[in-house]
Design a protein around this ligand. Structure first.
Ligand code: ZN
Length: 311
């Protein structure tokens, strides 16, 4: 096993400290496929738990091929902090999502330089896994092409979003599709969370994916027991008025039409509350990571039961 660390120079900060992308490359003695696993495109999305565990596992068990880990895909995104919060989704410099700078440009803005360097690391991969977290959520996969259904089945997260929306080719996944590099985005759970069960679920899924590609032996994998569904369209509920929301339906547990989804404590009338119930059968898979809502804010997103397709 050969392990190398690469540091890609992206320039220097205003205060003249280096800005670098750090990659860890594990190469097995036996030739095989290359898999690229990226975390931290958005600051504050902690998928480091999974990278940490997988890296240590593969140091011992990579049997063929090569794995490239990038723990912090956008170093600048992790430096946007206020008090204990890391605001790493949108750049405070240009207002754009940090993930919207692909394919990147070697002599462009810092975010374009980062995107170009990341794309260079991912080139030649049999699979790219882009790890994120989503608001407050259960782990779920995001994929574009039907060709990637095998990967989604191996991951075996219960609810997976097939994103066939407009291809602006500015997001990492869109650009990978354009270059015919198979890819899946894994939302590993909630922002700034440690959840042992979610970490285990994602880790076991990734092992099955790596076993299918021949990078590890199948003996290390555990067969998934749950059903795997895909959906192309979700539904969301916005706050009907301003207030504080107490969620009444847990994430990932199917609900029936008429079940209470959440209770809104109305700021317009102290002592009054509004119960918001489900308009149809479904399952909540993500919701805003706050109890504080202004009228019209996104509250929860659910998948209507009618939109679920078993894979
Ligand atoms: Zn993200």
């Amino acid at each position: 096993m050969q392990i190398t660390q690469e540091r890609i120079d992206l320039g220097r900060t205003v205060t003249d400290t280096p800005i670098e992308l750090v990659a860890y490359r594990l190469t097995a003695p036996t030739a095989g496929k290359k898999v690229y696993i990226q975390s931290g495109m958005h600051g504050g999305e902690i998928t480091h738990w999974t990278q940490h565990r997988l890296y240590n596992f593969l140091k011992e068990n990579l049997q063929a091929g090569e794995i490239v880990f990038v723990p912090f895909a956008n170093p600048a995104a992790w430096e946007q902090r206020a008090y204990f919060y890391t605001f790493g989704k949108f750049s405070l410099y240009d207002g754009r999502d940090f993930n919207y700078h692909f394919p990147g440009k070697a002599d462009g803005s810092l975010n374009q330089r980062i995107a170009r360097a990341l794309f260079g690391l991912a080139e030649g991969s049999a699979l790219v896994l882009d790890l994120h977290t989503a608001r407050n959520s259960i782990p779920f996969g995001i994929y574009s092409k039907d060709d990637y259904q095998d990967i989604i089945r191996d991951l075996a997260l219960p609810y997976n979003f097939q994103d066939q929306g407009e291809k602006a080719e500015i997001e990492f996944m869109d650009q990978l599709d354009a270059q015919n590099i198979p890819n899946v985005c894994v939302e590993c759970g909630s922002h700034d969370e440690y959840d042992a069960a979610k970490n285990e679920q994602v880790f076991q899924g990734l092992l099955r994916v790596l076993a299918r590609l021949g990078l590890i032996d199948k003996k290390h994998t555990i067969a998934a027991q749950n059903d795997v569904f895909s959906f192309q369209k979700d539904a969301k509920i916005i706050a009907p008025e301003s207030g504080f929301i107490r969620y009444d339906t847990p994430l990932g547990v199917p609900f029936k039409k008429g079940d209470g989804l959440f209770t809104l404590y109305r700021t317009a009338a102290l002592g009054e509350e509004t119960r918001v119930s489900a308009p149809e059968d479904g399952v909540v898979y993500k919701r805003a990571p706050t109890h504080i809502y202004r009228v019209g804010d996104d509250t929860l997103h659910y998948v209507p039961k009618a939109n679920l397709k078993r894979l």
